[in-house]
Design a protein around this ligand. Structure first.
Ligand code: MTE
Ligand code: MO
Length: 412
């Protein structure tokens, strides 16, 4: 029998086949003279790095990232609700919980991400840097993932520190879209690495007792760092731990009337307008228009509600608010309070948070108030004097201060 040196050609190589071959063909090897410094073959002698360590850090990071992404997506949907989305008014503190979780997991990610990158960065110096076109594509997707992950974590921290200098773009939009980019790159990464992770976490992995001890020691250190960060920041939203919140940018009890402030009346440019005796709350709807001065507002039935301000930045604090039910004001202009949507506008003339829309669930809720008082006293100017919106289970950015106008419409 004649032996062929090559398999018999069964057809002319198609363009597709040629491409497939080139796709995975190894690239030519580099000259040995380049292999210096971190590029030399034994440049990273640490035995601590292992696929098992990287896999364990990766699983933890994946879980943290999933929590961050889902709670962040939820917060986005609440603030920019598409037609199909309904966010309930109860439980009162649900958003406080989900957003507190978003920021806490984001902060705990810092040591995890650091350790994960440390455990793999020597691959940057592997030779050849690119083994094939397929490998180049995979490396590029990892580059996107690393860049997006760092962007999210660093940007998130800058945001809660209210340090916008290094971010020449609107933080919220950047954080939202790069979140999707990170999820996409993460799914590709998981798809590529799953077999390696499965192998490294399997029972059959051989590891000396020394290696196991040092790997567990490192994981313990990372867990301790994440725990310490959580313990020293989570007090910004978990009141009993507020005394430990030394690393948190906000303490829930520091501020006028015992409540933090993001934007002061001075910065909002409303000091004069808010103190003007000619102040009227203008309520308009299909049934007409009512102008209410402070005396008229105070003469309406007053109600008190214990509700939190739950800022998207991860801090929250409960106040005892007193004022007029939004549903009572809606009824004044001839709309059924159980089927109404209200556009709330501030006296503030510019600024991203000068308006918010209150959907039917929140309008109908008896806890939703146009508050005149906090802790029994008239609102401090920085908390929205003469009147502010406060509603259950709602992001702080939507709790409009210095309210000047309510526009009521019937919901379809
Ligand atoms: N008109 C107006 N209302 C606003 C804001 C604003 O910038 N302008 N900031 C919001 C944000 S981000 C938060 S967290 C709450 C904070 O309320 P507080 O200052 O009373 O704690 O107010 C909200 N209401
Ligand atoms: Mo906020």
């Amino acid at each position: 029998m004649v032996r062929h040196p090559h398999p018999p050609v069964t057809g002319r190589p198609t363009a597709l086949r040629r491409l497939a071959r080139r796709w995975s063909a190894p690239l030519p090897a580099p000259p040995g003279a380049l292999r210096r410094g971190p590029l030399r073959p034994d440049g990273f002698p640490s035995r601590l790095r292992s696929t098992r360590l990287t896999s364990q850090l990766g699983v933890a990071l994946g879980v943290a990232f999933a929590v961050c992404f889902l709670t962040g997506l939820l917060s986005h949907l609440i603030q920019h609700p598409p037609g199909w989305f309904r966010w309930p008014a109860r439980p009162v503190g649900l958003y406080r919980f989900t957003q507190g979780l978003h920021v806490a997991t984001g902060l705990a990610t810092v040591p995890l991400l650091g350790a994960k990158l440390w455990s793999v960065y020597h691959h940057l110096f592997r030779w050849p840097p690119i083994r094939s076109i397929a490998h180049a594509v995979e490396r590029a997707s990892v580059a996107v993932l690393v860049a997006a992950a760092l962007f999210q974590v660093v940007g998130g921290i800058l945001n809660i520190a209210r340090w916008y200098g290094p971010m020449p773009f609107f933080f919220t939009a950047g954080h939202y879209w790069v979140g999707w980019l990170a999820v996409g790159a993460l799914l590709v990464h998981i798809g590529v690495q799953l077999p390696a992770v499965r192998g490294a976490l399997g029972r059959s992995v051989v590891e000396s007792s020394q290696e196991r001890l040092s790997r567990r020691g490192l994981l313990g250190g990372v867990a301790a760092a994440a725990g310490l960060i959580t313990l020293t920041t989570v007090g910004q939203t978990v009141r009993p731990l507020s005394g430990l919140a030394v690393l948190a940018p906000r303490r829930p009890d520091v501020g006028p009337q015992g409540l933090p402030v993001n934007k002061t009346a001075h910065r909002a440019g409303v000091r004069a307008l808010a103190q003007d005796p000619a102040y009227r709350l203008v309520v308009t709807g299909p049934g007409g228009r009512t102008d209410l001065d402070l005396a008229a507002l105070r003469a309406l039935p007053q109600h008190t509600a214990e509700l939190p301000i739950a800022c998207v930045e991860g801090w929250s604090a409960t106040g005892r608010w007193t004022g007029v039910r939004l549903r009572d004001l809606v009824a004044l202009v001839g709309v059924d309070p159980d089927r109404a949507t209200v556009l709330v506008e501030s006296l503030e003339t510019a600024g991203r948070y000068r308006t918010s829309t209150v959907g039917p669930a929140h309008v109908a809720d008896p806890l939703t108030l146009i508050a005149l008082r906090l802790g029994g006293e008239p609102l401090h100017p920085d908390h929205g004097y003469p009147a502010r919106l406060i509603a259950p289970n709602r992001p702080g950015v939507l709790q409009t201060k210095w309210v000047g106008r309510l526009t009521v419409r019937e919901s379809s």
